[in-house]
Write a protein that binds this ligand. Structure first.
Ligand code: ATP
Ligand code: LTN
Length: 343
């Protein structure tokens, strides 16, 4: 009898890992957002399957002016293209254009305990800074963030250090659901870059730099003109000791050293050696110039994209369509497991 030959199975190409991250359109993004998150997104997007979103549903946990919000959503979307993310390679979208985020968030709310949400430091901070509007959305913010992540079965979530606690909750919620219904979600790992993970306010180096800080001197915005950047860095709060080195009680200088290191790739020892015998004035000028050069290409590309709103809208629609395809697959799985009757 003739022997039947079976062709050896071709080795399966290894599946690339998936990354997902989002940024809120709650103001003009800062140097902190850029060094802590966006810059890493671009590096990781070249290596992984990736999705990035403008988290506009998260932004309304704090009262927003509708006209301003509309503008900021498109500005942040343009920024994602300006940092070099390529809509042909990454899924770039606006969160509210993919209804599955709200749908899964509701379901996950029912698998999240009141007690665990009450421990979130961001909730505690924001309910103090927005004491007149401590709404349920602000409380449930991390559940929506968990939905964002779990919908895409993300392996890795690149964020700044301030989001670590939210990432842990997303893992807890995912694990809990998997524990009840069997493997449904990939459990994500945080990806927190070594440098730039926590850029501090220029006016109060004990506080993180934040785009919603009422004092514009406390942050450099990614769209600031070079003169403005130089002025803000020159007026950064430092100590009176005078030496450029990383040390205890030198929070202002430590912060500037972190920023300078991120922009130039120099490590702290090299920076200290380069500035030995020089004062804070020289160092601040160097930091300012490095930041200007770091942000220049981003600002120039941003200005170009903002001139073509029709293109931005088209790219957002395309992104939402691709995102929906993946998100709906997960949502359907979840709904079946919970016992909903699907149409
Ligand atoms: P808001 O001030 O409105 O709360 P935000 O600027 O803190 O906003 P998001 O837009 O929600 O933050 O964050 C986008 C990304 O930027 C997140 O990954 C966050 O961790 C990171 N990020 C925010 N601030 C900093 C900072 N000061 N240093 C490093 N990373 C940061
Ligand atoms: N809460 C986040 C923004 C955000 C996010 C996400 C980050 C919303 N959804 C999903 C990573 C993954 C913040 O950075 N403040």
């Amino acid at each position: 009898m003739e022997e039947i030959k079976v062709a050896p199975e071709a080795p399966k190409p290894e599946k690339k890992k998936t990354i997902l991250s989002c940024i809120q359109p709650s103001g003009i993004p800062t140097l902190g957002n850029y060094l802590g998150a966006l810059k890493n997104w671009k590096l990781l997007a070249d290596e992984f399957d990736s999705a990035f979103a403008v988290a506009d549903l998260h932004a309304i946990t704090v009262r927003q002016d509708p006209q301003k919000l509309r503008k900021q959503i498109m500005e942040v979307f343009a920024l994602l293209l300006a940092i070099g993310l390529d809509p042909e390679k990454s899924i770039i979208f606006i969160q509210s254009q993919v209804p599955a985020h709200s749908q899964l968030a509701w379901i996950l709310n029912c698998y999240t305990q009141f007690g665990e949400m009450s421990r979130m430091t961001q909730f505690k901070d924001k309910s103090q800074s927005h004491a007149d509007n401590v709404n349920v959305g602000l409380f449930a913010y991390p559940v929506l963030m968990a939905a964002d992540i779990l919908l895409y079965q993300a392996d890795l979530v690149p964020v700044g250090a301030d989001q670590k606690q939210h990432l842990e909750i997303a893992r807890d919620i995912g694990n809990r659901f998997n524990g009840i219904y069997g493997k449904t979600f990939t459990i994500p790992e945080p990806y927190i870059g070594k440098s730039g993970a926590r850029v501090m306010s220029l006016q109060d180096p004990m506080k993180k730099m934040s785009k919603s800080d009422p004092n514009p001197k406390s942050f450099v915005s990614v769209f600031d003109q070079p003169e403005t950047i130089m002025k803000k860095i020159r007026s950064a709060v430092t100590d009176s000791e005078g030496g450029v080195y990383y040390g205890e009680g030198k929070d202002g200088i430590n912060n500037l050293m972190g920023i300078y290191s991120c922009c130039t790739g120099l490590d702290y020892d090299q920076i200290t050696a380069d500035f030995s015998g020089k004062g804070y004035g020289d160092f601040k000028n160097a930091v300012g110039e490095a930041v200007v050069e770091e942000l220049r290409p981003v600002r120039e590309r941003y200005e170009m994209f903002m001139k073509d709103q029709a293109y931005l809208k088209e790219m957002a629609a395309k992104g939402a369509e691709s995102a929906s395809r993946i998100a709906n697959r997960t949502l359907t799985k979840v709904m079946k497991k919970c016992g909903f009757v699907l149409p």
